[in-house]
Write a protein that binds this ligand. Sequence first.
Ligand SMILES: [Zn+2]
Length: 137
Amino acid sequence: MTLEQLQLPEQIHVAMIAHAEFCLPEEACGLMAFDDADALQMVYATTNLDRSKVRFTVAPEEHFGAIRHAESRGWRIAGSFHSHPESAAFPSARDIAGALDPEWLHVVVGLANGMPEVRGFRIRDNGVSEVSLVEIP
Ligand SMILES: [Zn+2]
C-alpha cells in the first residue's frame, strides 16, 4: 500500500474517535482492514492489553479474530489505529520504534486539546510520512 492519501469513510472516522473516548484515560487501539484496491473497509476496536496511557498492545485473540473476519471477506489487515489521550496525533518515539511493516497504515487519534484529531502515517526506516485522510460520506 503506497497511497499518499486515503479516503476515510465518515462512519469509520466517528467510530475511531468514539472508541478513543470510550477507553479514556487509557490508550485505545484497533485494527484496519483494506480491500484489494487499498480502500479502507472496516476498523476493529480492540482491547489494549497494556491498559496504559502511553502505549498499546492489541489483545492477540482479538487480532486473530480481526484477521479471520477480514479474510472471510477478501480483505486484509494492513493498519492500526490508536489514541494519544494526552498528546498530539503524531507517532511517538515508541510508535516509531515499534513499527514493523513499512506498508502498514498508522492512524493516531489525538485527544490532547479537547478537539479530537485523526491523522494517518506510514513509518519506514524510522521516518514518518503523513498519509492525508480525506473524509468521504
Ligand atoms: Zn502512539
